[in-house]
Design a protein around this ligand. Structure first.
Ligand code: NAD
Length: 284
C-alpha cells in the first residue's frame, strides 16, 4: 500500500494564496478590506508564537490586523472593554482572544467568548455559533475542525457515508465540534476520552481517526487499521524539545492510507481557516 502524507502546510499555503487573490478581487469590486483584531493577554510563550503566526498570515494575505497586548494582570473588565471596542469598530470583522487566559487571576473565558459579537466570532467559540453548528446551520465554525474537514476532502473523503470515524478528545474547540462535522458528512462517529475503556479497540475499528488529546504518541501505530486516514491534532513538546503529535507517526504511517504530520499538518490549516472565517465575516 502506498502511504501518503497529508501535507497541511502545502495545502494551507495554497488556500492562503487563494484568499490573497480573493481579497484583491473583492477590493477592486469595492468590498471592505477584511480586518482581524487579535488580543493577547500575558506572556505565555506558546500563545505568543501562535498569535505571531496568525498576524503574519493576515498581513501576507492582505487582511488588516489590529493587535493589542494586555499585561497578565489587566483583569477581566479591561479585557471585556477591549473586546467591546472591537465589537463597535466597523473596520474589524473578526475578533480573536488568544486562549488560554492567564491562570490564577479573575478571568472568565466563557464570559469573554460570549462578549464577542457572534458575527465577529471568527474562532467559532461563541455559544450561539456552537449551537448553530449543532443544528447544522451556517455560522462561523471553529478553525481547527474546519481545517480538518478540508484536509479530509483533500484526502478524497468528502462524503463519509458508511465510514466509521473515531475522535479522541472531547474539548469544545476540537473534539466535540469535529465530531459534529464528521456526522454532518455522514460518518458514524465515536468520541473517546480519558474515561474510555478500550481506546485501542475503538481506534482499531476506525476508517478515520482524529486525535486531539495532548498526550505525546498516545495512539500507537499498531492500532491503525490498514487503509485508515489519521488526523493528528496534538501539539506536544518531546523530551528533545521537538514537536510531536498524539499519534506515533513513524509506525502509524506504515499502515495509514493518509496521515498528517506534526508539525505541518493540522496547525497550518487552523491559521488558513482563521483567514477564511474573517473574510466570510467581512463579506457575507
Ligand atoms: P484538551 O486539552 O481540552 O482536552 C484533552 C482531551 O483529551 C480531553 O477531552 C480528555 O478527555 C482527552 N484525554 C486525555 N487523556 C486521554 C487519554 N489517555 N485517552 C483518551 N483521551 C484522553 O484538548 P484540546 O484543547 O482539544 O487539545 C488537544 C491537543 O490538540 C493539544 O495537544 C493541543 O495543543 C492541540 N491543539 C492543536 C491545534 C492545532 O491547530 N493544531 C488546535 C487546538 C489544539
Amino acid at each position: 500500500m502506498e502511504n501518503q502524507i497529508l501535507d497541511g502546510k502545502a495545502l494551507s499555503l495554497r488556500i492562503r494564496e487563494e484568499i490573497r487573490l480573493e481579497i484583491l478581487t473583492g477590493l477592486a469590486e469595492g468590498k471592505p478590506r477584511p480586518g482581524l483584531a487579535t488580543i493577547l493577554v500575558g506572556q505565555d510563550p506558546a500563545s505568543e508564537v501562535y498569535v505571531r503566526n496568525k498576524r503574519r498570515a493576515c498581513e501576507a494575505a492582505g487582511l488588516v490586523n489590529e493587535h493589542i497586548e494586555l499585561p497578565a494582570d489587566a483583569g477581566q473588565q479591561q479585557l471585556l472593554q477591549q473586546v467591546q471596542a472591537y465589537n463597535e469598530d466597523p473596520a474589524i470583522h473578526g475578533i480573536l482572544v488568544q486562549l488560554p487566559l492567564p491562570k490564577g487571576l479573575d478571568y472568565d473565558e466563557n464570559q469573554v467568548l460570549k462578549t464577542i459579537l457572534p458575527e465577529k466570532d471568527v474562532d467559532g467559540f461563541h455559544p450561539l455559533n456552537q449551537g448553530a453548528l449543532m443544528q447544522g446551520n451556517l455560522a462561523p465554525r471553529p478553525c481547527t475542525p474546519k481545517g480538518i474537514m478540508v484536509l479530509l476532502k483533500e484526502a478524497g473523503l468528502e462524503d463519509l457515508s458508511g465510514k466509521k470515524a473515531v475522535v479522541v478528545g472531547r474539548s469544545n474547540i476540537v473534539g466535540k465540534p469535529i465530531a459534529l462535522m464528521l456526522l454532518e458528512r455522514n460518518a458514524t462517529v465515536t468520541i473517546c476520552h480519558s474515561r474510555t475503556k478500550d481506546l485501542e479497540a475503538e481506534i482499531k475499528s476506525a476508517d478515520v481517526v482524529v486525535a486531539a488529546v495532548g498526550v505525546p504518541q498516545l495512539v500507537r501505530g499498531e492500532w491503525i487499521r490498514p487503509g485508515a486516514t489519521v488526523i493528528d491534532v496534538g501539539i506536544n513538546r518531546g523530551a528533545d524539545g521537538k514537536l510531536v503529535g498524539d499519534v506515533d507517526f513513524e509506525t502509524a504511517k506504515k499502515t495509514a492510507r493518509k496521515i498528517t504530520p506534526v508539525p505541518g499538518g493540522v496547525g497550518p490549516m487552523t491559521i488558513a481557516m482563521l483567514l477564511r472565517n474573517t473574510v466570510e465575516a467581512a463579506w457575507n
